[in-house]
Design a protein around this ligand. Structure first.
Ligand SMILES: [Fe+2]
Length: 478
């Protein structure tokens, strides 16, 4: 946690009241960080209350004042410069209590010698009687610098799960524009089938059940060949979380070599365990759009299969990669939280930060390795790029013991976020986490330290994103 951040989450006046013990600013900074998660839990019910507001639907069409979407109150950001002395924060915050102005975030940064800049977000706006009285009192009290800040403009991002409908159709290709070197390029039957499946995906919307797909004999045969090749390797190299989930999915989602499981069944199963779900998509999405979906505990999932002439090769994600590589991992809570952490950090993020997050995703969700509690000396895979690729799974998990093996680094999102990677050859570098929980905690710390325009949380009941400070969302671009 950086020293510049003291409280960066939803809280309420009552919590601030308890925090603001008469001590110096530097002292409070440490105290607040340590007690932060407790505050969050204590005020969970308040957040639930206003997120359940009837205004959720009504405000969804508003792009202008994001702080007013989701039934959230309008907020204002304030910058105050305070001299560091014992009790000063307490003295200032008492004006907020006096005028009953609810604080949603406080962040401190050292400014000049012995001075701190405090960024305070509060509910209300200039012109509200109590807000005006508060600002007047702060000025009279002698706060040296007192500025009402403009709302920061951020890239468009979805606020409600229904807005994933806009993203899902913003594919980089239509799922049918095959490259000349694609194994199915000259196969008209295959191309027609791809068009049909792309149409299914495009017709899907957030509140519709996922359509049942009748897979052809040829498609099932291709699936069986991949299954047969992978099955023994999973037993040897997949992490136990994957294997546990696979067993459950054989039972509940009809996972087997002789038929392709239905996305609808898998999604329902995952939702019942971890509240994660699958959502059909017709082709590749941009990193931003794809990661944004994870914030809603939603995984965009293709519905087509690779060409049967090369069952062990695919130049793009297909159902063998999605359903055999990714889906079982979404039955694990730590893995889901980990994925959602990346998704939440991607909302409204700068292009540079999206790039960093996409690299972290690549080296974890796609190509992550972890230790196994039962066999800690062995390398196990949890990344879908490995779990769906027979050659690379063995290569990665054999580690540096083989002569020309890959480099294995300790999982560190900071390092991963800067690491380049090839997309057409085996990875030269893999990251190894102590456990999925370890991967999650490190990812969370990395995301907290990103210079994000706001902090976001997802309310799975209202399927809405809550943000902790006022921002302006740019218009959606199709
Ligand atoms: Fe993938």
């Amino acid at each position: 946690m950086k020293a510049s951040r003291i409280v960066n989450r939803v809280t309420a006046v009552s919590a601030i009241r308890r925090l603001a013990k008469p001590t110096s600013i530097a002292g409070i900074r440490t105290w607040n960080v340590q007690n932060f998660s407790t505050q969050l839990q204590e005020h969970e019910h308040e957040w639930q209350e206003f997120s359940n507001s009837e205004t959720v639907e009504k405000n969804l069409n508003s792009n202008i004042l994001v702080s007013n979407v989701s039934g959230e109150p309008i907020r204002t950001s304030l910058l105050m410069e305070l001299t560091d002395r014992v009790g000063v924060l307490h003295d200032v915050l008492r004006f907020f209590w006096k005028y009953d102005v609810n604080i949603s975030r406080i962040e401190s940064r050292p400014s000049n010698l012995q001075k701190f800049d405090f960024f305070v977000d509060f509910e209300g706006q200039i012109g509200d009687e109590n807000v005006d009285k508060l600002l007047k009192s702060l000025k009279e009290f002698g706060v040296q610098k007192l500025l009402v800040l403009d709302e920061k403009e951020v890239d468009w991002f979805p606020r409600h799960i229904s807005e994933l409908d806009l993203i899902a159709n913003r594919t980089l290709d239509a799922g049918i524009d095959l490259e000349a070197d694609h194994p199915g390029f000259q196969d008209d039957v295959y191309r027609k089938r791809r068009e049909e499946l792309a149409r299914f995906s495009k017709e899907h919307s957030w509140n519709k059940p996922i359509a049942h797909i009748e897979y052809t004999k040829d498609e099932v045969h291709c699936w069986s060949m991949v299954w047969d090749k992978m099955e023994q390797l999973w037993q040897k190299y997949a992490c136990h979380e994957y294997l546990d989930a696979l067993e459950l999915m054989k039972k509940h989602c009809n996972y087997n070599r002789d038929s392709i499981p239905q996305q609808a069944d898998i999604s329902k199963f995952l939702e019942s365990r971890t509240k994660f779900k699958l959502r059909p998509v017709s082709g590749l999405l941009s990193s931003r759009d794809f990661l944004n979906g994870l914030a809603f505990r939603t995984f965009f999932c293709t519905q087509y299969i690779r060409h049967s002439s090369r069952p062990l090769y695919t130049p793009e994600p297909d159902i063998c990669h999605e359903l055999l590589g990714h889906a079982p991992m979404f039955a694990n809570q730590d893995f889901c939280d980990f994925s959602q952490e990346i998704g939440l950090a991607s909302l409204g993020a700068s292009d540079a930060d999206i790039e960093k997050l996409a690299r972290c995703y690549w080296f974890s969700v796609e190509f992550g390795l972890c230790k196994d509690r039962n066999t800690p000396s062995e390398l196990k895979a949890y990344g879908a790029g490995l779990l769906s690729s027979f050659g690379e799974l063995e290569y990665a998990c054999s580690g540096p013991v083989v002569e020309v093996g890959p480099t294995i680094l300790e999982w560190d999102p900071e390092v991963a976020s800067k690491q380049d990677f090839p997309i057409t050859t085996y990875q030269p570098v893999y990251f190894l986490a102590e456990s999925l929980q370890d991967a999650k905690m490190k990812m969370r710390r990395f995301c907290e330290d990103l210079p994000r325009p706001f902090f976001a949380r997802y309310n799975s009941q209202t399927q809405t994103i809550f943000i902790d400070r006022p921002v302006q969302r740019k218009d959606f671009e199709d």
